[in-house]
Design a protein around this ligand. Structure first.
Ligand code: GLU
Length: 379
């Protein structure tokens, strides 16, 4: 193996369709081949984190639920049955290669709330120090629609950024990114390298998802934006072959997304990777300029406030054209934000009836996205 050699901490995401066959259940020999790859990387000193889907698909097979559409509580029950089998299979497959493993089940709040984020990070770091491979999935048995990651691509990206991984590998049912979904467009061209996820790249994704997994190319690009912003590279590669990581190293087809050359660090990694902003602030051109030069966002530059957010929530900051240019923790709740949008600092206290802070989003709590930087560079 050579091309994965330079990466020290690698998060590998495995889709349900790779691990589970609807009629025969778990694909044990494939799992054994992946465990062999993990052992090879680990023996070279890399730390590996696995984000494994498959709980619901496996539970469905074990319970004999066939292909019927499941109600929320049925898929949660299927996940309960499937997860125990899935984790057992991982533990056995890695043990056969001399590796220890530990199961981590995450709920959205575990990465989106700062205190829980730090706690989850400490546990996973400790596992890595003990040279045990974290096997991570969403805690599907308790996650309801409103509080779920929903797809393991974005979960894996969040894990990669939380743990400071330098590479995220998404093993998929497709061998990389094409100019259009190849199943629908025979002329679609393969893209081996993506330097930046621009709106043009995003337009290539289409909306298709495979039968067993929730995420299509769109969620993979969302994952890519989160991972690359924090300084991790991302690879999308075909998982449906034995030893899929060794295949990447042999140079089999895959798409490499380059990390940002100017990644955010520490506390700001947590802000930049927030999955669902609670609200949106559309700003004027003057505020765009101020943000690009590293200043706080003042109420005076805000044109439009949307969403029902509380003080301390993450909001997306949009340019006058509606493009997201930054993300940050907002200093006011939505009701007060609406009241003071457009006002000068001197006018705010009178409107609110209390001595208020001047910034809507303080620069210490603000991350300007690369898209924003590009707009500035292009003038
Ligand atoms: N967490 C789900 C499962 O293990 C999978 C979600 C996904 O495939 O993105 O069944």
């Amino acid at each position: 193996m050579s091309s994965l050699q330079k990466y020290r901490r690698i998060t590998v995401k495995i889709g349900s369709a790779l691990l589970v066959d609807r009629t025969t259940g778990l694909k044990r020999s494939w799992l054994a081949s992946l465990a062999e790859d993990v052992a090879t990387l680990s023996s070279r000193g890399a730390e590996i984190l696995v984000v494994s889907s498959g709980a619901i698909a496996l539970g469905r097979t074990i319970l004999g639920l066939g292909g019927k559409t499941l109600k929320l509580e049925e898929s949660q029950a299927a996940a309960a049955v499937g997860q125990i089998a899935l984790a057992g299979a991982w533990s056995e497959a890695l043990a056969a290669r001399g590796l220890k493993s530990g199961q981590i089940l995450l709920t959205l709040g575990d990465t989106e709330e700062r205190r829980r984020y730090l706690n989850a990070r400490a546990t996973i770091s400790t596992l890595l120090k003990m040279i045990a491979v974290p096997i991570i999935n969403e805690n599907d048995t308790v996650a309801t629609t409103e509080i779920r990651y929903g797809d393991n691509d974005r979960l894996a990206a969040r894990v990669a950024t939380m743990m400071g991984a330098d590479l995220l590998v998404l093993l998929s049912d497709i061998d990389g990114l094409y100019t259009a979904p190849p199943a629908h467009d025979p002329d679609a061209r393969f893209i081996p390298l993506v330097e930046r996820i621009t709106p043009d790249i995003e337009a290539m994704a289409g909306a298709a998802a495979s039968e067993l997994s929730r995420g299509g190319m769109r969620t993979k690009l969302d994952a890519g934006k989160i991972a690359t912003a924090s300084g991790a590279a991302m690879i999308i590669a075909l998982g449906a072959r034995d030893n899929p990581l060794a295949a990447i190293e042999r140079g089999e087809r895959h798409t490499l997304f380059q990390p940002s050359s100017n990644p955010v660090k520490g506390y700001k990694t947590w802000i930049a990777g927030q999955l669902e902003p609670a609200g949106r602030l559309t700003v004027d051109a003057g505020a765009v300029g101020a943000l690009m030069s590293g200043k706080s966002l003042l109420p005076a530059g805000i044109r439009l406030v949307s969403g029902a957010f509380s003080r301390g929530d993450t909001v997306a900051i949009l340019s006058p054209e509606g493009r997201e240019i930054a993300r940050g923790l907002v200093a006011y709740d939505a009701t007060d934000a609406v009241r003071i949008a457009g006002l000068k600092t001197a006018e705010i206290s009178a409107v609110l009836g209390y001595e208020a802070r001047s910034a809507m989003v303080h620069r210490d709590d603000l991350v300007v996205s690369r898209v924003g930087e590009d707009e500035k560079a292009e003038g």
